[in-house]
Ligand binder design. Structure first.
Ligand code: AMP
Ligand code: MG
Length: 342
């Protein structure tokens, strides 16, 4: 009798697990950030396949992996042939560069090297060093002819650090969908992709946006589904000299860390590549130009901008879904203030 009961209990447990959705997860370090994937019904083989794709992207799109295609192009004076995928990402980068008036630029390699923010002992370069390398950072010095990259300036170096994570996140989502997954959340540090719904919910995923003035708290959250969210902020990577912060997002016009009125920019769209590139671009552009770009309708996106006057600006399409954290702190004990552009 005891045996039959035990068998019955085991069968019941088995039945219950098979009718429940099982969220599997994977996390690893690549592209200089922690990556995590939570997916509804993805088996370990699928997660492994995705992980390997991300490792391949890390090598292919990196400035520093000596076996990658971007490294190879950067090392040659005149460019060369790349894979179709790299050519497409580069072409997209150039398009977004032109659509943002050059605020996003995929040719910042020499400047990023000069500032070398990740160095253990970074230093502020001299003005003359900056103006020298600035001349090698023109996006117009890179052209594509089919899958061949043409460098018009031999010293120009491509850097896809502001776009590759979003692109790769989009690829992960496509692989999950091909594997039959309908609900997933992928995080590449500041670039997030959401598919379907969170466990046990039918209204998407609730994504918190960090407060750039106090990264232990959030400024608010958005409930989103089937889209991407990328955040760029001065707080992500920086060093300080004489209490002045030098961060990793460079204004292509000046060669110095961007100093607009934006402290952090979060972008949401249905295209991971665009989302990532735009979060970087809006940060450089500042509020007025960012909103001009939004209102022009040239690119389809929404944004949450934390401004350095202590206010938060949210684009019209998010006004009803942005849940503001009224406790979010600014400076000197003050609170951040929420303004909708509506
Ligand atoms: P993100 O964190 O997506 O804003 O990207 C920042 C990274 O993009 C930096 O670490 C650089 O590698 C690169 N980057 C810096 N400034 C720019 C810029 N103005 N346009 C494009 N990429 C940039
Ligand atoms: Mg970016």
């Amino acid at each position: 009798m005891k045996k039959t009961l035990l068998l019955f209990a085991a069968l019941l447990a088995l039945l219950c697990t098979s009718c429940e959705k099982v969220y599997t997860s994977e996390s690893f370090f690549a592209m200089d950030t922690y990556i995590s994937i939570k997916a509804d019904g993805a088996d370990s083989a699928l997660l492994e396949k995705i992980k390997n794709e991300v490792y391949a992207d890390e090598i292919g799109f990196s400035r520093t992996f000596s076996t990658g295609e971007i490294y190879a192009v950067n090392s040659t004076p005149h460019g060369g042939k790349v894979s179709e995928e790299t050519a497409e990402l580069l072409s997209r980068s150039l398009e977004i560069s032109s659509a943002t008036g050059g605020a996003f630029s995929p040719t910042m390699g020499t400047l990023v090297d000069l500032w070398d923010i990740k160095n253990e002992n970074p230093r502020v370069p001299d003005e003359s060093e900056i103006s020298n390398v600035l001349a090698d950072c023109n996006a117009s010095d890179i052209e594509l002819s089919g899958n061949t990259v043409i460098k018009k300036n031999p010293d120009t170096k491509i850097d896809l650090g502001g776009i590759a994570k979003g692109y790769s996140a989009g690829k992960c989502i496509e692989l999950l969908k091909e594997g039959g997954v309908e609900n997933a959340l992928i995080s590449f540090g500041g670039s997030i992709a959401c598919l379907g719904n969170a466990e046990g919910r039918a209204d998407g995923w609730n994504i918190g946006i960090k407060n750039p003035y106090n990264t232990d708290e959030i400024i608010g959250s958005v409930r989103i589904s089937d889209c991407y969210l990328s955040v760029s902020g001065a707080y992500e990577r920086y060093f300080e000299v004489d209490s002045k912060r030098y961060h990793h997002i460079i204004d292509p016009k000046t060669g110095y860390p961007a100093s607009s009125d934006i402290e952090s920019s979060a972008v949401i769209s249905t295209d991971g590549t665009l989302t990532d590139a735009l979060s970087t671009a809006l940060f450089v552009l500042g509020k007025e130009k960012a909103l001009e770009l939004y209102r022009s309708g040239a690119l389809d996106f929404e944004a949450v901008l934390v401004l350095n006057d202590g206010s938060i600006c949210v684009t019209d399409g998010l006004a009803d879904i942005f849940d503001f954290n009224t406790d979010a702190s600014y400076k000197d004990g003050n609170k951040l203030v929420y303004n909708s552009t509506k």
